[in-house]
Design a protein around this ligand. Sequence first.
Ligand code: NAP
Length: 289
Amino acid sequence: MSIVVTGATGALGRLVVDALLAEVPAGEIVAVVRDKEKAAALAARGVELRIADYSAPETLTGAFRSGDRVLLISGSEVGRRVAQHAAVIDAAKAAGVAQLAYTGILGGPDADFTLADEHKATEQLILDSGLPYTFLRNGWYTENYTANLTPVLEHRAVVANAGEGRIASAGRADYAAAAAAVLTGDGHLNTAYELSGDTAWSLAEYAAVISGLTGETIAYNNVPAAAHQEILVGAGLPEAFAAILVDVDEAIERGRLAGTSGDLARLIGRPTTPLTETVRAALSALPAA
Ligand SMILES: NC(=O)c1ccc[n+]([C@@H]2O[C@H](COP(=O)([O-])OP(=O)(O)OC[C@H]3O[C@@H](n4cnc5c(N)ncnc54)[C@H](OP(=O)(O)O)[C@@H]3O)[C@@H](O)[C@H]2O)c1
């Protein structure tokens, strides 16, 4: 039996493999990837590669073996993911895996925003498959925001339509550590975890954190949904994706990403990474102006 991570060349997947390598020998870890070249560094560390594409079910035959503990990292192609995930679940079922962990979204079946739809459908497919499952219902990565620091510093503003809504984000590495914990530990089958940071913060507080760390005055501009949509499209985002982000902000305003169940800190055995720490790291990684 192996521990198998799909999406292992993605940002989260790489961190999951890092966390696994700290716990188990490389020979017990398998990375399912669609691009072998991109996975060269994983292979160099002794991780077995299996090549498969969620969109090509025939490539998934052989991706899993009986008794494997599998992490399905949700795909990144919004709108195509239910069919893609169904193909992975079918392959896992055919192989007879011992555990199928899945990275869903905070709130699970109660999440009432568009981006959650594919995650809810995937969880249902997994339940229907009868496979032993672990649902890792991930809240927001803090990096969703810090990835955008350059325009924030340029315009001296965080722009959103989330009002005073709060976000219990954590670092991507925190979520990766939780995934590694459920893949290497016992007692996680047929369980759903609501994973989020220990502390929920507002975007006004986020702007204040950036101000404090940079010495610049960074405002929080809360704009109407339609105006935010226009700004995002003006910045080059496709209409449909901009609409999804605007919808997420409305959900944030309703408190949907604010839950602090403590599941994440409990799984990783330490507090989650504070907002300020992730912002500080992202600021120091920016190219010098
Ligand atoms: N909680 C959050 O805040 C948050 C934010 C953004 C996304 N997400 C979700 O969490 C997932 C992981 O996050 P991330 O930051 O690691 O995203 P990411 O860097 O975009 O990684 C996505 C991974 O999925 C793989 N993938 C996508 N389509 C595939 C396909 N058709 N066949 C095989 N593999 C495929 C990608 O392969 P390649 O490496 O070959 O591209 C990549 O390894 C995302 O895909 C998304 O579903 C969550």
